[in-house]
Ligand binder design. Structure first.
Ligand code: C2E
Ligand code: CA
Ligand code: CA
Length: 679
């Protein structure tokens, strides 16, 4: 039997079915909506994350390329505001240290509509925030990003009222820092209520760190540059900074500039002595003290306003004990002269270093730019030339450069070059001045004297010796003299075996004598020339002997141990002669020509008398120099002077003539043929 469906029942179930379907549909719609909403939220979050990541990348890139942290900050606040749709951003820089630490507005801000918030911008860019409980001052105590939900109610006394007027709501303060160092704070303000977002804060904090890197990098670079331009000992500008400045002045001053420059070149007198006597550390301390006094003078001119005061004064240390002051002004001539005067007087009081009293004067050279200089280095060179001139006149002098000096300097340079060539071309000769036994009139020895055979003319030491010493050529030249004189003496003896005893006296320059290997040089020369060392006499001037007394004593004793004899040259012209005679092992003194020449004066004869008395007491030989007249000779003989040399007997002669005279003295025939070693 078939069962027919009950239509009523069918209807009910249809309705129920529809309702059921409808419920199902609703549920599914709900689920779909929920699913859609979830998907949308995820997407949005992903979008946001992406956007923030991009922001961080952009700022990091900008930071990597930046040379100025403020530029990076300007870029960052604009980007951050744009990405987040924030209304205003402000930058505060960290200033001061310790109890003085604060944040200061610096005029760096970004606003979406500046015209709507003038007052707030103005106040923010002038803001000074001290450490306190609320942002931004709070970041000085606790440097971490802070979210303030409602700035209007925040207690930011100064700005909450204005914030209300501009409808600003939340604020976010972000530290710009690296490690423990806070450099700045970025503040952001929104016009809608924004809930704190930890992820957002994390990104902003990272941006702050990236900009902190730029601050650190530029600070380090600045320090490096500063150090490269500063003398580490005295903290004064160094040569590089001085040259930059002078160069900049020259580039700016073209033609008829009203401001002109003077250079004051300062070289300390006697600094080397302090350094040698008290050691380098004491020397350094003296330099620091000197620098302090010099700076005091320079600062007085740089900072005191008075009519016609110089526009600028820069002092720099440009070498060991060399300083320079650059004066720029309308009255630079007078300024420079006044500064030099003040320097001499400020250096007058002694310095106390390690309980030692030290004095140090300065030689000063001044050069003025009168508009004729086109190159900065020329002005510098002329100040240097003037300083050398001052130095040659004794300590504590000032000399202003003039053209004559330049000519002198140029000819000095020329002479130096010619001397070098002359050494290479073997143009030097020795001539020999006989030394006579006054009693018998016989030759007892010779003094070897240096000559320069320059073409046809003979150049005397007075014309080139100083330049040779200053240019460092003297050591080479002196070594040649020693070898040549030893060779000649040994040759005479070889040539004429029964020559009477004679000695060969050789002048040694101070710088030559002070060489650490001087004794070795002499020993080598004796070995190479085979000369009997007892024939050799070394002449040393008093000033050379006292420069380093202990060294002198050691060297003199070593020479003596070889059999060489020693004469103290130019006796009476140096310092405290008699004291040194007792402590240094000299065999002879040579009474300086000036005492003998000045024969009219009784004072000179009294001095000669005293010298002879001391020499006798110390059992030292005496040789009088520069005997030109019979009356001088008679007087010397009368006071008991035993040996002498001078034009009355002979000038310095060639080795051949000298040998002939030596033989004649002894009554021998002149050896023949002509000696191969004559000059
Ligand atoms: P000095 O050592 O005092 O030498 C004596 C100088 O006086 C020599 O001058 C000599 O020619 C000169 N003279 C000698 N007798 C008389 C005289 O009666 N009247 C006058 N007016 N002068 C006289 P010279 O050769 O021109 O040398 C000058 C100085 O140059 C020397 O003075 C010495 O200090 C230095 N010198 C010369 N040769 C050498 C050398 O080979 N090495 C070093 N280091 N210095 C040297
Ligand atoms: Ca001499
Ligand atoms: Ca002499």
């Amino acid at each position: 039997m078939s069962v027919r469906p009950d239509p009523a029942a069918f209807n009910v179930s249809l309705e129920a079915r529809c309702a059921q379907l409808e419920r199902q549909l609703k549920r599914e719609r709900q689920i779909r909506l929920e699913a859609e909403s979830i998907a949308e939220r995820g997407l949005r979050e992903a979008y946001l994350t992406n956007q923030r990541f991009e922001l961080l990348c952009n700022v990091t890139n900008a930071a990597n390329q930046s040379v100025d942290p403020l530029d990076t900050l300007r870029y960052a606040i604009a980007e951050i505001c744009a990405v987040n749709d924030w209304a205003f951003a402000n930058v505060l820089l960290r200033k001061g240290h310790g109890g003085d630490a604060r944040l200061e507005g610096c005029g760096l801000w970004h606003a979406r509509h500046p015209d709507q918030m003038f007052a707030f911008i103005d106040l923010s860019s002038r803001l000074i925030a001290w450490p306190c409980a609320i942002a931004p001052g709070r970041l000085l105590i606790h440097p971490a990003a802070v979210w303030t939900r409602d700035i209007q109610a925040s207690g930011d006394q100064g700005r909450s009222g204005l914030a209300r007027q501009c409808n600003l709501r939340a604020s976010i303060s972000v530290p710009v820092m690296l490690g423990q160092d806070l450099f700045a704070v970025m503040e952001f303000f929104t016009q809608s209520a924004v809930e704190p977002d930890p992820q957002q804060l994390e990104v902003l904090t990272q941006i702050g760190t990236q900009i902190g890197r730029v601050f650190r990098r530029t600070a380090n670079e600045k320090l490096l540059i500063e150090n490269a331009l500063r003398d580490p000992l005295t903290q004064l500008p160094n040569r590089a900074q001085f040259e930059n400045r002078l160069e900049a002045i020259f580039q700016r001053n073209t033609g008829a500039a009203s401001l002109r420059t003077s250079l004051i070149y300062i070289d300390l007198d006697g600094f080397k002595l302090v350094n040698d006597a008290l050691g380098h550390q004491a020397g350094d301390r003296l330099l620091v003290e000197m620098a302090g006094r010099l700076r005091q003078v320079a600062d007085a001119y740089a900072t005191t306003p008075y009519p016609g005061a110089p526009e600028s004064v820069l002092i720099a240390r440009i070498g060991g004990d060399e300083f320079i002051i650059l004066v720029e002004g309308e009255q630079h001539w007078e300024d420079a002269a006044d500064i030099a005067k003040d320097i001499h007087s400020i250096l007058r009081p002694s310095f106390v270093i390690d309980r030692h009293e030290a004095r140090c004067a300065a030689s000063i050279g001044i050069a003025h730019d009168d508009g004729s200089y086109t190159v900065a280095a020329d002005l510098m060179r002329d100040a240097d030339v003037a300083m050398y001139d001052a130095k040659s006149r004794g300590p504590g002098r000032t000399v202003t450069f003039d053209l004559g000096m330049r000519e002198k300097a140029v000819s000095r340079l020329k002479l130096e070059a010619e001397l070098r060539t002359a050494v290479q071309l073997d143009e030097f000769r020795l001539h020999y001045q006989p030394i006579i036994d006054i009693g018998s009139g016989k030759i007892v020895g010779f003094e070897a004297l240096l000559r320069w055979q320059r073409g046809d003319s003979l150049v005397y030491p007075s014309e080139f010796l100083q330049v040779a010493e200053d240019s460092g050529l003297m050591n080479v030249l002196g070594a040649w003299v020693l070898r040549e004189a030893a060779t000649v003496a040994a040759g005479w003896r070889r040539q004429c075996a029964d020559l009477p005893p004679f000695y060969m006296s050789i002048n040694v320059a101070p710088c030559q004598f002070l060489q650490p290997n001087f004794v070795d040089q002499v020993r080598d020369i004796i070995a190479a020339t085979n000369v009997d060392p007892r024939v050799l006499v070394i002449e040393l001037t008093e000033n050379a002997a006292i420069t380093n007394r202990e060294h002198t004593r050691v060297v003199l004793e070593a020479l003596r141990a070889m059999g060489i004899r020693l004469s103290l040259d130019d006796f009476g012209t140096g310092y405290s002669s008699f004291t040194h005679l007792q402590t240094l092992p000299f065999d002879n003194i040579k009474i300086d020509r000036s005492f003998v020449t000045d024969g009219q004066s009784n004072v000179s004869w009294d001095i000669i008398d005293a010298m002879l008395g001391i020499a006798r007491a110390l059992n030292i030989g005496v040789i009088a120099e520069g005997i030109e007249t019979h009356s001088q000779l008679d007087r010397l003989a009368a006071v008991g002077c035993t040996f002498g040399q001078g034009f009355l007997y002979d000038k310095a002669i060639t080795s051949q003539v000298a040998l002939e005279k030596l033989c004649a003295t002894a009554g021998y025939a002149t050896p023949n043929p002509v000696s191969p070693f004559s000059s």
